[in-house]
Design a binder for this molecule. Sequence first.
Ligand code: ZN
Length: 646
Amino acid sequence: MKKLFLLILIVGAQITYSQSKSDKKIISNKWEALKTSSEFGVHGERINLLRQNRLNFMLAGEYLINGFENKPGSHPWQGEHIGKWLHSSILSIQNQTILNKNADWRAEKLKNNKEKIDKLVNRLLATQLENGYMGTYAEENRFMKMLENKSMSMVGSDMGFLKFGWDVWTHRYNLYGLLTYEKYYPNKKVIDACRKMGDLLIEVFGEGKADITKYGTRQGISSMTILESIVMLYERTLDKKYLDFAEHLVKVSEQNSKLRLMGNMLENGSVVNSGDGKAYQLMANLLGYLRLYRCTGKEKYLTTVVNGWKQIKDKHILVSGGPWSRHTDYNGNKECFAHKDAFHPEKIFVEGCSDATWVQLNIHLHEFTGDSKYFNEAEQTIVNEVYRHQDIDGYKFAYYTIPNENKTQHNPFYHCCGSSEPRGMEMYSNNLVGVIDGVLSINTLFPARIKLSDEFGGGNMKISGNFPYTNKTTFNLNLDFKKKFKVEFRIPTSTSLNSVLVNNKQVKYIKNNRGKYEINGSWKKGDLIDINYQFNLKAHEEIGEEGKRWVAFTYGPIALAEKLNSKNDFSLERDKFNRMIGSNLDRPEPFINLNTKNKNVLLDKLIPIEGSQSRFKIAESDIELMPYYKTASNYSGPRTYFYLGD
Ligand SMILES: [Zn+2]
């Protein structure tokens, strides 16, 4: 009775959150995550280090909050970090709670973490001004006072205006972080604060008011990332004014000929042309369009996302899963997408924020459809590019990486990428196993523990194996009671499934329309599902700057690279050949004399090194290929792309 009363109170409180309720229904995600913990194996090690070191380090100083409490802050986008930290920290707690029962110390630790988060949230809320402003700027520099770029001296530069220009951006991340917090820990105070931020933005940038695309950098594409946060606010409150505001933002954005991301994507134009092609922000805008589709059902929003996704995947993603960018005469800076003919493995960059946003876009598309092709992309980025950006100490992160370079510049500072990558890692970890249409859906071969819901017999499931360094993974079903249901699992990209065994007996399986393998069964406690698979070796050709051809290799989802050591290999005296191909790296080119377009001839040169894990020797050379991410340290980096010729 007491519980029922509480429930009524909560439901009642939630209804009073919104004023003018919308009659629109939100299209729900098809795929829903089950509580999963990955604490073992390669990914478990990375995620543990992230939690113990990076997330704690970020909180340890006062940098997350002091810009809000003592305005003005010290850096133009100092305000973004708290929202990003909240997002990853909340998911981190969610991803660990499954193991609570067995370890009191862990429960205690999580409780402590949660208390720290609560404290920080309260401090942040306390900085909100009466008008709804929750930023780090001096009064004269706030977005309400400085609406248009014309007063700014360095419009083209992201770092140019140090005192203003990123204020809307801060509100984007405040809303994102606080709404994520509130999703797991309902709290009217938080919703009220978010509403006040939303209302202030409407007051300044709403119908008949200032043009948001004139605020901030890159034709307004940075400010337009607020779209996703505003739609999140609508999803939470169902207050129609926020949905109207979101669609108004789209209208304004479409009227700016240098931005109009939707129009451009619907016409299959290039991502290079919207908002100077700023990669991170452009993908963050697509996140907004995806949510807007979910709330309106308007096809044009979904088509915008799908067309953008396909183009980015086909033209702007490296074998490492990193979205690459380069400064050219037609875009803004080195964080902007460039056309394929600008590709050069020593002159392009992968910004950490682009990794994380690409992962996020794929995770959300996967939740929405259940289609394995999206999760494949997220996984490829995580196990290659994100792992390289994260130093093996877990707390330093690289801002940029370059596919061919003899070092990786991990650093301990607060920077956008060091706050974005943890979000990508926790989102990925939050989506490893789930449910779709009554099917138990397994996305990962990494070791993990999963709490099963009653529709899957209660109890839990354990995934074991040494992925990505083995050919076998076992799902151990530890059900509370017998149950009949389908199990589907995803095999990583460039991987062949050889057999599926249930309790040591081979069984039939089908590949379903989500690209996952499906088996049907009546399951009981102790059932074992073994899957046997093999990675396939693949050659990927890129034709880039000046028609130069390059090749890179992958083994299953793992990108391969030669490890270059900056102490041994760096030579200031470039030889003539290096100058010709524009290389700084003093290494032999093993494929240059082959003069072939046949990928099999290239693949034949790769000889597996016996007794090693995912390592190959290139024939007639001293070059050894290893997993891309393993090449990274402050003194070493990968050579991922090899020169093939013109
Ligand atoms: Zn960044």
